[in-house]
Design a protein around this ligand. Structure first.
Ligand SMILES: [Zn+2]
Length: 94
């Protein structure tokens, strides 16, 4: 199935990044987005684009903290959305 974004993505799912300072909403949105991709990799640039963040650094601040948590992994690979090989985040789901 295609990782398409529904227009409304406002359901709180209870995901939380305890270490984030003042940006738990963005962190939660990024986690939810990565989870919806169901194991597909996504780069910071595409996260920024998908969530309408103002700068890539906002996505990066979250994705660099995710690895090691609940199956998130960060590695250099092809982004499933833009196809560019760069640092991407994904979640191994089983
Ligand atoms: Zn991308």
């Amino acid at each position: 199935m295609e990782p398409e974004e529904p227009a409304c993505c406002g359901q709180p799912r209870g995901y939380r990044l305890g270490a984030m300072r003042g940006s738990s909403t963005i962190a939660g949105q990024i986690e939810a987005l990565v989870m919806r991709l169901d194991g597909a990799a996504i780069c910071d640039g595409c996260i920024t684009d998908r969530l309408n963040l103002s700068v890539t650094a906002q996505a990066n601040a979250v994705t660099r903290l995710l690895p090691g948590q609940r199956g998130f992994e960060r590695s250099k690979a092809a982004c499933a959305l833009c196809g560019t090989t760069r640092l991407v985040i994904r979640r191994s789901v089983k």
